[in-house]
Design a binder for this molecule. Structure first.
Ligand SMILES: [Zn+2]
Length: 221
């Protein structure tokens, strides 16, 4: 793993300084791949694009800001010493981001709802219970239904605009997994079987197997 520059940004609301690491290169050696599409790779860490200012609680996209400076990893950074490092949002913060309209278009809403799905699944990945209570489960379910709607909408636009089908397979896997998480094994199998790609046969077998076991939850491949 070869770290790249650390970029410095200013909170758009209160000018608090925030840093974000970058990578020049990494690799997926020893990476874990999960059924919800999340990859956890120690040698290829990810850094947040959507973050929260620790001073004023504003949630914003780092990739929409222009960095105000940068320094090299391991370098003395007296100028930016007090800067906070950008962190991923928590479940609560993703919900706040949705309520506050942080997403300016459907693509950004899809990003937020997908990451919200992943942080819930992180609880399982970390050996915890997925839901705190009934209310927590209800808002989780609502998010998955909205996520399905966004994926369907994306698919319609792709067909209308005749866009290349490259990500269509990924969308199908995602939809199948969401149905499985919701306990709708019939729709999961229907969608996964509609993928016409030899290279995906191993994955189709795995999904069907989990459905037959009536397992709803995220698995590691
Ligand atoms: Zn701020």
């Amino acid at each position: 793993m070869n770290p790249g520059p650390i970029y410095v940004y200013k909170c758009p609301n209160c000018s608090n300084l925030i840093t974000k690491m970058s990578l020049l290169s990494g690799n997926t050696f020893g990476a874990k791949q999960f059924s919800d599409g999340k990859q956890v790779a120690r040698m290829l860490p990810e850094f947040p694009n959507l973050t929260k200012c620790k001073k004023c609680n504003t949630i914003f996209w780092l990739n929409k800001l222009k960095e105000i400076g940068s320094y090299r990893w391991g370098e003395e950074n007296s100028k930016w010493a007090k800067a906070d490092s950008a962190e991923f949002l928590t479940i609560e913060e993703y919900f706040i981001a949705i309520t506050k309209g942080v997403a300016e278009n459907k693509g950004e809403e899809l990003f937020i709802r997908q990451h919200l799905w992943w942080v819930y699944n992180d609880r399982i990945r970390n050996g915890q219970k997925i839901f705190n209570d009934k209310n927590d489960e209800m808002r989780w379910k609502k998010n998955l239904i909205e996520l399905l709607n966004l994926l369907n909408r994306q698919n319609i636009f792709r067909r209308i605009l005749n866009l290349p089908n490259k990500s269509a397979v990924n969308d199908k896997i995602m939809k199948a997994e969401i149905y499985r998480n919701l306990g709708d094994f019939e729709n999961c199998i229907r969608i996964i079987q509609s993928i016409d790609n030899q290279g995906m046969n191993w994955l189709k077998v795995q999904f069907v197997k989990e459905c037959e076991r009536k397992n709803r939850w995220v698995i590691e491949f």
